[in-house]
Design a protein around this ligand. Structure first.
Ligand code: GSH
Length: 204
């Protein structure tokens, strides 16, 4: 089987969770970073006409979270039981719900964007960050991770899902101590730590 190659923009967006999974696994994820003009050239030739996608053995596979889940499963970062997988999937899908709300702050009219930013601050971030915090607290292993005592895709998804909120308002996030501890623990894990250092240097 060939090494997976992911095509995506340089931004975190829907590609970042796969990058984090491969970093945590200590594996290389070959990246084809496209800008908008180069993407528009190849777009009609791609299967779903959306990024991200990965290529493995000449085949193309789409949907960011499906890709990240596949990579996690391949690298021992997914659940060990169906119920653990469900716990992980609910977090990954909550990350997508949040991303859709965050995207609203970049598109449409100025009034629409302002309203979306207000909704994020007043409703969306408080609701979702509290869910993450509670889920971590509820882990009977009290490991600081979401499931048992080892890091999974869910922890990486929480790190990524809370990143924009952390960047825009770190003081707000400090009212969720379990979430903050998880962020620190995951960011310090081997592989992730080195990857995040390069991301900071790249400025995204
Ligand atoms: N549900 C898809 C959404 C894919 C999607 O909308 N990708 C955007 C970037 S995040 C895209 O391809 N934009 C460029 C375009 O539509 O041409 C996923 O999660 O991967």
């Amino acid at each position: 089987m060939s090494k997976p190659k992911m095509t995506y923009f340089k931004y975190r967006g829907r590609g970042e969770l796969s990058r984090l999974v491969m970093a945590a696994a200590g594996k290389e994820l070959e990246q084809n970073i496209v800008d908008v003009p180069s993407w528009l050239k190849i777009k009609p030739t791609t299967f779903f006409q959306r990024v991200p996608f990965i290529e493995i053995d000449g085949e193309e596979y789409h949907q960011g979270n499906a890709i990240a889940t596949y990579l996690a499963r391949e690298n021992g970062l997914y659940g060990e039981t169906n119920l653990e997988c469900l716990m992980i999937d609910q977090v990954v899908q909550l990350k997508e719900d949040l991303l859709l709300e965050e995207i609203k702050t970049f598109v449409g009219s100025d009034e629409g964007k302002d309203q979306a930013a207000k909704d994020l601050r007043e409703t969306v971030y408080p609701r979702i960050m509290q869910i993450f915090d509670k889920l971590i607290k509820q882990n009977p292993a009290k490991s600081g991770f979401l499931i048992g005592d080892k890091m999974t895709l869910a922890d990486l998804a929480i790190l990524e899902a809370s990143q924009s909120c952390f960047q825009s308002n770190p003081r707000f996030l400090s009212s969720f101590p379990d979430l903050m501890r998880l962020r620190e623990k995951v960011a310090a894990a081997d592989g992730v730590r080195q990857y995040l250092a390069t991301r900071i240097q790249r400025g995204i």
